[in-house]
Design a protein around this ligand. Structure first.
Ligand SMILES: [Zn+2]
Length: 179
């Protein structure tokens, strides 16, 4: 088996979404080492020390911090428990009229603003655009990726995390607390 050097991993990482990149690296047995190198590279690219458990997007990571698992931006901004959709803690810019939509869509591509809105999720810490979604009006924020962290570490990497926790979407609990 070809040796996966750190530089190769680094190349593979750039321009690829984190989860497919992770899966690519773990296709054959004994590949856990690649994942560790991958995380090592990610860790060297962020200015903080909290342990990265899994990258979510090129900007966002699930980290271990004081016994909790949080979503954290490259810049250090924290978005709370990873089982709650991080978008609830982001700044949201909504395009829902012809004028604002026509800034990003041209001519016939322009969606009908009566039905569609585009939401841009912005990090309150660094102002980076973290995600964009085009959804029907009134549709709740899409929770794209809630990874089963414990199964991943236990089954794929063969080393369970010390603090196994319930794998459940807690987004609605948070929304209930608001009312
Ligand atoms: Zn940020």
């Amino acid at each position: 088996m070809a040796d996966f050097h750190k530089a190769d991993i680094e190349k593979l990482m750039d321009g690829v979404l984190p989860w497919p990149a992770t899966q690519d690296m773990l296709r054959s047995p004994k590949d856990e080492d690649r994942f560790d190198k991958y995380v090592e590279i990610l860790q060297s690219r962020v200015p903080w020390d909290d342990q990265i458990l899994l990258p979510l997007t090129p900007m966002l990571f699930i980290v271990a911090k004081n016994g909790e698992r949080l979503v954290k931006c490259k810049c250090g901004q924290e978005f709370g428990d990873y089982r709650v959709n991080w978008k609830l803690s982001a700044l949201i810019h909504v395009r829902d009229d012809e004028k604002s939509l026509s800034e990003i869509y041209k001519g016939r591509e322009l969606p009908d603003p009566r039905w569609t809105q585009v939401r841009e999720y912005i990090c309150p810490g660094c102002g980076s655009q973290l995600e964009v979604e085009a959804v029907p009006r009134g549709c709740p924020p899409d929770f794209e990726f809630l990874p089963d962290l414990d199964t991943f570490y236990r089954e794929w990497l063969g080393r369970p995390l010390p603090d196994e926790a319930e794998y459940v979407d807690k987004t609605l609990d948070t929304i209930k607390e608001w009312s």
